[in-house]
Design a binder for this molecule. Structure first.
Ligand code: 13P
Length: 251
């Protein structure tokens, strides 16, 4: 059975103190309330160790937003998968469109990052998604297929089974424009078909595919109602406890 997941991606927001307050606030609510999905928060690197120490990580999984494409060594400013793991984090968001677009992350680099994450016991939350021009040209299916194939399809079925996917249409990220439930379901089902063709139906059925892009309390329920939408990767609405809980409660 695949997991239902609501994951936050704080991006480059919150000082350490603000981030700790947010994580503790969420932890307090989840200590009292039973929810119907797994909850993950993705925080900047510098928050990871403090956040992991301050919350119940059995209830809230913690993710880094990136990791290096090298194991260790002279790569000033980088943070390795092993370092992320040593903070207590269990997940790492990889291939976010902002990293692909602004920091030149290539499919090849992402393949290496996924390998290093898995080798260090981290679960990758691997992001894919097309830009607006690609959608307008009807190329969105080919784009996401290529993104999955290029960075993930060298993995064994066993390793692929450890990956969480996040479909995030770039035109919906931070824009207030959300994919319609029909658009989300159509492409999630397509992605699951691509996985089934490579790894078989069981692996595809067990893979959690999250939707990301202007997901908020008001639209989460209709998005999550689709059979192939297994949750959300949430940017802006993960920065306030009430907004994030509103999405979690959509399950
Ligand atoms: P928003 O929810 O702010 O659109 O961001 C989505 C996202 O990029 C999550 O990774």
């Amino acid at each position: 059975m695949r997991k239902k997941i609501v994951a936050g991606n704080w991006k480059m927001n919150k000082t350490l103190q603000e981030g700790l307050a947010l994580a503790k606030g969420l932890d307090e609510v989840l200590a009292k309330e039973k929810v119907n999905c797994e909850v993950i928060i993705g925080t900047p690197f510098i928050h990871l160790a403090s956040v992991c120490a301050a919350i119940d990580t059995q209830k809230i999984g913690v993710a880094a937003e990136n990791c290096a494409d090298h194991a260790s060594g002279a790569y000033t400013g980088e943070v390795s998968a092993a370092m992320v793991k040593s903070t207590g984090a269990e997940y790492v968001i990889l291939g976010h469109s902002e990293r692909r677009a602004y920091y030149g992350e290539t499919p090849e680099m992402l393949k290496t990052k996924v390998r290093l994450a898995l080798d260090n016991g981290l679960t990758p939350i691997f992001c894919i998604g097309e830009v607006l021009d690609e959608r307008k040209a009807g190329k969105h299916f080919d784009v996401v297929k290529a993104q999955v194939e290029q960075s993930l399809f060298d993995l064994s079925a066993e390793d692929f089974s450890k990956i969480i996917l996040a479909y995030e249409p770039v035109w919906a990220i931070g824009t207030g424009e959300t994919a319609t439930p029909e658009q989300a379901e159509e492409i999630h089902a397509y992605i699951r078909g691509v996985i089934a063709a490579k790894y078989g139906k069981q692996v595809a059925d067990d893979c959690s595919i999250l939707y990301g892009g202007s997901c908020k309390p008001s639209n989460a329920k209709e998005l999550f109602a689709n059979p192939d939408v297994d949750g959300g990767l949430i940017g802006g609405a993960s920065l306030k406890v009430e907004d994030f809980m509103g999405i979690i409660r959509a399950w």
